[in-house]
Design a protein around this ligand. Structure first.
Ligand code: OFO
Length: 183
């Protein structure tokens, strides 16, 4: 008996999204390594934490595909883009990656709506909310960088921005432990 509850199209889209989340994790990992090497330990901490979070998003999708009786296909992850030029560039790029990921998530929401796959539609709402929060988080960082002087921020203002980031907690909650109400 075929117990697969995902259409071929949605299964492929979810598998691709899984890889996109893994790619996002690699990007944050790479930007975090860049920040650490540049001496921005606090910013690196923030980026490494976010790399973990993206990985937990990947796992959340992987578990959903399995839960629906469909096939998980672990694919190759592309290499992350080159290092950013400076702190502002780093967060500008992070913002573009988040927007790109949001677009991809919206496509799956639309597909599940068209197929009337309400389970997947419901599952994806968590990601819709999560992306809104992540875009806001990066926007807030960009605001802080702007106040610090943007591209021409002084060493002193970047130093205090980095020190503030250091005091944020290290441990990222895993996606599995989150709910739509408590993302
Ligand atoms: Fe997976 O949340 Fe950002 O991209």
């Amino acid at each position: 008996m075929d117990t697969n509850r995902l259409s071929k199209t949605l299964c492929a889209a979810l598998n691709n999204q899984m890889t996109k989340e893994a790619y996002a994790s690699q990007i944050y990992l790479s930007y975090g390594s860049w920040a650490e090497a540049e001496g921005y330990d606090g910013i690196a901490n923030f980026l490494f934490r976010h790399a973990n979070e993206e990985r937990s998003h990947m796992m959340k999708i992987l578990e959903y595909i399995l839960e629906r009786g469909a096939k998980v296909k672990v694919q190759a992850i592309a290499a992350p883009p080159p290092d950013p030029a400076n702190v502002q560039d780093c967060f500008n790029k992070a913002f573009s990656h988040e927007v790109d990921n949001t677009t991809s998530i919206y496509k799956i929401v639309k597909m599940s709506l068209d197929e009337e796959d309400w389970a997947t539609w419901n599952f994806m709402q968590w990601f819709v909310k999560e992306q809104t929060e992540e875009e806001t988080m990066v926007m807030n960082m960009l605001d802080k960088i702007k106040i610090a002087g943007g591209e021409s921020a002084s060493g002193a203002s970047l130093y205090s921005l980095d020190r503030d980031m250091k005091s944020t907690p290290d441990d990222a909650d895993l996606a599995e432990s989150k709910t739509v109400e408590n993302p």
